[in-house]
Write a protein that binds this ligand. Structure first.
Ligand code: ZN
Length: 313
């Protein structure tokens, strides 16, 4: 995904935590997290783009790539919260329950370690005297949250979970991501000189003439039920991201059927396929799921720290 898509997804995750119907048990935590984030909103674009701009670990940590493989003994698909659109679609995929191999990437490990690093940073910040040079700052921790959002979002880009090399050939991967970034730039007012969004009175990206797709995602944010759990059988960020990558892989084969790879799919051919007709529908699902996941992971991380801070853990 591209820069403004990443930043927008992170912003929408904050918005979701503010406006979705968060269950009573987590409501106070969500309110506190949204309030905390508001001090750092100017860093969203920079932070959520740091992995691509500076870390450049695209070929390892931004991916978790699958390939259908009849010879593999690995055919277990994990569970996810039932509100995720990719999960629902994935279960009716012809590849669901079929053997696969994971051939590349460590995206789930990256997310798990970032989640730990954020909790650790909060603990250090709380233990050390104000101004102590070893203490991280709130700015630094907020950056880490936005960095984490990047890897979570990438997991929802189906081609990051698909072994077929669509960044090669006619670069259909880049083409899809450009479509998405254009939607964001058309719909929201970006202050490109200062690398931040202009804000509405609530502190969220100011809407221009919003596209139908972006409006649908905004509506989804408020209406979709928020389920805090990771999905049955998943106990942490790693499990959740690993499950997600499976359904993102199934989504890749829904968007681009198995007869295609980078050698025979051009942008022009893609636009003639039946699947292209569903591009907006799939994009809506991918975006809404990505926002939901970022919000879920962030809130879990925040709650883990808050429990420690209040002596409950
Ligand atoms: Zn990336």
């Amino acid at each position: 995904m591209k820069k403004y898509t990443h930043a927008w997804l992170a912003f929408m995750a904050i918005k979701r935590l503010q406006y979705a119907n968060i269950p009573e048990a987590y409501k106070a935590d969500a309110v506190a997290l949204v309030k905390w984030f508001k001090d750092y909103r100017d860093f969203v674009i920079k932070g959520s783009w740091y992995p691509d701009a500076v870390f450049k670990d695209m070929s390892t940590s931004h991916i978790l790539k699958y390939r259908p493989n009849e010879k593999s003994t690995d055919d277990r698909f994990k569970k996810l919260p039932g509100t995720l659109g990719m999960y629902e679609l994935g279960k009716s995929s012809p590849l669901y329950g079929k053997p696969f191999t994971i051939e590349d990437g460590n995206l789930a490990d990256r997310c798990e370690s970032l989640a730990h690093a954020i909790v650790d940073s909060f603990k250090i910040l709380r233990m050390e005297e104000k101004g102590n040079p070893v203490a991280p700052t709130g700015n630094h921790i907020a950056m880490r949250f936005f960095i984490l959002s990047h890897y979570i979002a990438d997991c929802h880009m189906p081609l990051h979970c698909d072994c077929r090399a669509f960044s090669s050939g006619d670069n259909v991967h880049g083409f899809i991501e450009t479509q998405w970034d254009n939607q964001v730039k058309k719909s929201y007012d970006v202050d490109t000189a200062n690398e931040r969004f202009f804000y509405d009175p609530e502190g969220y990206p100011l809407k221009l003439k919003i596209t139908p797709l972006m409006q649908q995602v905004e509506d989804d944010l408020e209406n979709r039920e928020y389920l805090h759990g990771w999905g049955s059988g998943n106990g942490n960020v790693w499990d959740y991201m690993s499950s997600l990558s499976q359904y993102s892989y199934l989504m890749a084969y829904r968007m681009i059927p198995a007869q295609y790879d980078e050698t025979n799919l051009t942008k022009a051919i893609y636009k003639t396929t039946e699947e292209w007709q569903h591009f907006e529908e799939y994009s809506r699902i991918i975006f809404s799921d990505a926002i939901d996941s970022i919000a879920r992971v962030w809130l879990h991380v925040w709650i883990r720290y808050r429990k420690w801070a209040t002596g409950k853990e």
